[in-house]
Write a protein that binds this ligand. Structure first.
Ligand code: F6P
Length: 321
């Protein structure tokens, strides 16, 4: 291949820039030029792209967001969107494409592969809900952001003897809430996989107060059946000992410089994806398998659902005594 394409798509994730840099520079090392599409699949469909050189990707590996910008692109799910994307690739003389993004982006990549385009995916989403990789780009950075925020909340929570209901992002997967629960010492984690009522939450929080705790965190995943305001309302009306407050961490979780782990993972996945594409692989995705970065089948990744389950929820409860 003389020219490969790259784009970032879906919700941005720390590490996307590091991956772009790795793709461009490892393609250059093998004598291939990189064509960058802007604004995800929207830019691909509209034919908005340009050559991006190894010098153009200097000074970006530590930056959050994505220098190529990103977008949610429902049009990519339509036959006309797919046709426009295929024409755009042909017009730009792009012979293979690397898609950096979340589960929806991987589905777009798989659809392109179904039309004969050589495509390799790099999983990037703070939700960690992409099957075929233990970790996606951005998860570790988002967790570090959550940890820093909750450490700060602990200061004020302990000073006032308060219970905090904290909502994390993560769509329906439950990973961020579950892992944050373990690393931040939550009394309880509520995710789409947990089956708990507000009355039970009230009893758990009350018991923490009776054991002499000075603060209490309940971490609630967005997508869970119960929401933070509803839980707080119940706690306020049922005299659990602690005063309660709500914090929704929101989009701050998606921003910031990628962590050391994400920079390493993005660099490894960028090199692996580029080599795979140039070696003739297609319809695959880079995945972290143990400590190795391997290729996973994109069709399988798109057809399976990855959720956190109860592992972290149980760990957090065990350690909250
Ligand atoms: O997929 C990443 C994510 O941040 C989810 O955790 C969240 O549900 C969603 O994106 C928010 O999307 P948007 O930024 O489009 O509002």
């Amino acid at each position: 291949m003389n020219r490969i394409g790259v784009l970032t798509s879906g919700g941005d994730a720390p590490g996307m820039n590091t991956a772009i840099r790795a793709v461009v520079r490892s393609a250059d090392a093998r004598g291939a030029e990189t064509w960058a599409f802007e604004d995800g699949y929207t830019g691909l469909i509209e034919g908005r792209g340009r050559v991006i050189s190894p010098r153009d990707v200097g000074d970006i590996l530590h930056r959050g967001g994505t220098v190529l910008r990103t977008a949610r692109c429902p049009e990519m799910r339509t036959p006309s969107g797919l046709t426009a994307a295929l024409s755009s690739l042909e017009e730009s003389a792009v012979e293979g494409l690397i898609v950096i993004g979340g589960d929806g982006s991987m589905r777009g990549a798989h659809a392109l592969a179904g039309e004969g385009v050589a495509v390799v995916g790099i999983p990037a989403s703070i939700d960690n809900d992409i099957w075929g990789t233990k970790m996606s780009l951005g998860v570790d950075s988002a967790l570090n952001t959550i940890m820093e925020a909750i450490d700060k909340l602990r200061d004020t929570a302990s000073s006032h003897k308060r219970a905090f209901l904290i909502e994390t992002m993560g769509a329906g997967s439950g990973f961020l809430a579950g892992m944050a629960g373990v690393i931040c010492g939550a009394e309880l984690v509520v995710t789409p996989d947990t089956d708990v009522t507000v009355e039970e939450i009230g009893r758990i929080v009350a018991r923490a107060h009776q054991r002499g705790k000075h603060h209490c965190f309940v971490i609630v995943a967005e997508g869970a059946d119960l929401d933070v305001e509803g839980i707080a309302g119940h706690l306020r009306s049922s005299g659990i000992g602690f005063e309660s407050r709500v914090t929704k961490l929101g989009h701050v979780q998606r921003g910031g410089s990628p962590s050391a782990f994400d920079r390493m993972l993005a660099s490894r996945m960028g090199i692996e994806a580029t080599n795979a594409l140039l070696d003739g692989h297609s319809d695959v995705m880079t995945g972290l398998d143990g400590w190795n970065v391997a290729l996973a089948d994109l069709g399988e990744a798109c057809s399976r659902v990855k959720r956190a389950g109860m592992e972290y929820v149980t760990m957090a409860s065990l350690l909250s005594r």
